[in-house]
Ligand binder design. Structure first.
Ligand code: NAD
Length: 430
């Protein structure tokens, strides 16, 4: 099939590359000229495991092209995926300006039947407003359909998630359009759920908000562990083994971040509010998450006898491991709170150190994890990259002024660290 993907960010680039790999003829379009120039050189603007190899292979085979010519992309394909950003607006609502800009461009340029597939995470009802925008911008009436196909991939395992999804959700008004998209996904061995557009749009928010709830819930249980002396790993093991609950997205730490959970939770609260409903559970999840970093900093403050002038090493800047995405990263929140208390912060991240330098002022960013530890009064682990799990404990201890570890992601075994001479504090760890 001929496919165009509008928006070549984390979702658009992975979608385009994976559909090309499945044998389709794909054009990825974006208004960001720098991004498209990078992609045309065979380089990737983002870090995502396995992406660059797959991208280059499919580009070499002529199945994957990149362009800034939106009109060309609309005319080239019958199926047009929309994968532009839907950032939060001032009141937490989703900002749909990028989605409607694409709809306008599609309406103006289409010269035959098109299926416009919305992959961006959008409020319930957007499928219909996109349909209206396309129709209003058509120079002459041409038949088209709008389909909702929310994306569930996770950064850091995006290719794997796209190729082996738990399910594919397709929301449509017209089964002809839904069937075209279902056929595209047919090579994947998964359940294809065909439903109406409104339900498909809500499925995405309901999924992300539930995962956010799960994380905030276990973080509260971890906070109780700290107060009563229980161990969160033991608790999660016992609770997560219940098949009704399951252990995924059930790790305690300094809370969730990234480009999806924070904005999708506030957007769902806004969707509910506009419909006249107060979404209390999700509001509580957001509130707990907002406080989780401050709780660790306050604990550090107490244990270290104040943070003013203290040298603190932070390991990890991306919002999770195996991605270079810094959007809404809990590490940034944590660093800003430490700086507010007068701490002297040195940070390291295996992928994002360069980009972080431009975003974080008043923080020393180093290129080697161990350099961050030199003379440090404590280390905080903010992102659970594997390399931190395998760090050399004796080398770490030798470099630090005080061998004190605050493990914001619970990656270490407390007993092992204590046996190696560290003072150790996890989140909810004994
Ligand atoms: P992103 O910011 O990485 O990419 C969006 C791209 O769209 C950018 O490259 C931007 O230049 C481009 N763009 C903006 N306006 C355009 C226009 N008019 N025409 C063409 N291109 C345009 O965003 P993302 O992280 O890929 O997310 C995209 C959508 O997918 C969002 O709605 C997000 O909530 C959803 N989503 C994201 C993830 C994720 O893990 N990142 C997962 C599932 C769903």
């Amino acid at each position: 099939m001929k496919i165009s993907v509008m928006g070549t960010g984390y979702v658009g680039l992975v979608t385009g590359t994976c559909f090309a790999d499945l044998g389709n003829d794909v054009i990825c379009a974006d208004i960001d000229e720098k991004k498209i120039a990078t992609l045309k050189r065979g380089e990737s603007p983002i870090y995502e495991p396995r992406l660059i190899e797959m991208m280059r292979m499919n580009a070499d085979m002529g199945r994957l092209r990149f362009t800034t010519d939106i009109e060309e992309a609309v005319r080239a394909s019958e199926v047009i995926f929309v994968a532009v950003g839907t950032p939060p607006g001032p009141d937490g609502e989703a900002d749909l300006s990028q989605v409607h800009a694409v709809a306008e461009a599609v309406g103006k340029a289409m010269d035959g039947y098109r299926v416009v597939v919305n992959k961006s995470t959008v409020p319930v009802g957007t499928g219909f407003s996109v349909k209206k925008t396309i129709a209003e911008n058509q120079p002459k009436k041409i038949d088209f359909d709008v389909v909702s196909n929310p994306e569930f991939l996770r950064e850091g395992s995006a290719i794997q998630d796209f190729m082996y999804p738990d399910r594919v959700v397709i929301g449509c008004q017209d089964h002809k359009a839904g069937d075209i998209i279902a056929e595209l996904y047919a090579p994947l061995d998964t359940d294809i759920i065909i439903t109406d557009i409104l339900s498909a749009e809500l499925i995405k928010y309901a999924s992300n908000a539930f995962l956010a709830l799960k994380i905030s819930y276990i973080n509260e249980i971890a906070n109780i562990c700290d107060l009563v002396g229980a161990d969160i790993k033991e608790v999660v093991n016992g609770v997560g083994k219940d098949s009704r609950i399951n252990p995924a997205f059930f790790g305690a730490g300094i809370g969730y971040g990234g480009s999806c959970f924070p904005k999708d939770t506030t957007a769902l609260i806004d969707i509910a509010k506009r419909a006249g409903y107060d979404m209390k559970t999700v509001r509580a999840a957001v509130d707990v998450n907002d406080k989780q970093r401050a709780m660790l900093v306050s604990r550090m403050d107490g244990i270290m006898g104040g943070l003013k002038g203290k040298k603190i090493a932070v390991w990890g800047l991306s919002f999770k491991p195996n991605t270079d995405d810094l959007r809404e990263s809990p590490a940034f929140d944590l660093i800003n709170l430490l700086k507010d208390k007068g701490a002297d912060v040195t940070a390291y991240d295996p992928i994002t150190s360069g980009a972080a330098k431009e975003l974080l002022s008043g923080v020393t960013i180093v290129e080697d994890a161990y350099d961050a530890l030199e003379g440090a009064d404590s280390l905080v682990v903010a992102t659970d990259w594997n390399m931190f799990k395998e760090a050399e404990l004796s080398r770490m201890k030798g470099l630090m002024a005080r061998p004190l570890v605050f493990d914001g992601r619970n990656i270490y075994d407390p007993e092992k660290l204590r046996a190696a001479g560290f003072e150790y504090y996890g989140v909810g760890r004994k």
